[in-house]
Write a protein that binds this ligand. Structure first.
Ligand code: MN
Length: 238
């Protein structure tokens, strides 16, 4: 069958995408990689230590992408819904076995993002040595603000990354506190996965993660990027 004549049993899901600052064309999202324990102070608050042997990842479905400014219902199956403020890297070209020295060439741009987490389910998974999918990969769990092109953002350095809930600062760090740098992460991922354009990398969260409840308003900021905002709504009902 040719794609032009494809006949679906029900409408396929729309392609998830992210706005790009100052442009009408959108960034189509392929895969979402998330880095675990990439700030020493956050690893410590979670009772873990940073491992300099290799970074580790979990993935979120592209369909979990949610635009900044949304209201998300308090999710099912949790009573400990947490915010994680993150610097997001948008990949714009294929990266296959790329050394860190050349990794930045595949970066399209950057955005402020939230890796929303069902922390109680993550704790249960960790205790049993099970995967984190139920804790991390669910509807509306990957929040993102519009992407800024890499050239407009400039070099990654000591930009501040922070998050407030109802105006109270909870997370406050700097991008140069990351354990694994952006080129190191891209290079490492490129030794495990080939496809690249459209991928997003959520680069991990600094200390200060915590619970939110219905009615809370989250505002996450990174110097040089549009802020990422999220309101927590009442629990969804069937
Ligand atoms: Mn995270």
């Amino acid at each position: 069958m040719t794609s032009a004549s494809a006949d679906f049993l029900f409408p396929p899901r729309p392609t998830p995408s992210v706005a790009v600052v100052g442009e009408t064309a959108r960034f189509p999202v392929g895969r979402i990689f998330c880095v675990g324990r990439n700030y020493a102070d956050h690893a410590k608050e979670m009772g873990a230590e940073v491992d300099r042997e290799a970074p580790f990842y979990f993935l979120k479905d592209a369909g979990s992408i949610t635009a900044s400014g949304a209201t998300v219902p308090y999710p099912q199956a949790t009573s400990d819904f947490h915010h994680e403020m993150e610097f997001v890297v948008a990949i714009g070209a294929e990266a296959f076995d790329v050394p860190a020295e050349r990794a930045m060439a595949v970066v399209f741009g950057y955005a402020a993002g939230l890796d929303m987490t069902r922390r109680d389910l993550q704790a249960k998974a960790k205790a049993k040595g099970r995967p984190w999918d139920l804790a991390k990969n669910f509807e509306m769990a990957a929040v993102i603000a519009p992407i800024v092109r890499a050239a407009d953002f400039g070099p990654i350095g000591s930009q501040r990354i922070g998050l407030a809930v109802d105006g109270v600062l909870r997370q406050d760090s700097r991008l140069d506190e990351m354990v694994w740098s952006v080129p190191e992460l891209i290079s490492h991922l490129s030794r495990h996965y080939r496809r690249g354009a459209g991928d997003l990398i959520y680069t991990g969260t600094p200390a200060g993660v915590g619970a939110v409840v219905p009615g809370n308003r989250i505002v996450g900021t990174i110097d040089g990027l549009p802020s990422v905002e999220l309101r927590i709504g009442p629990a969804a009902t069937a």
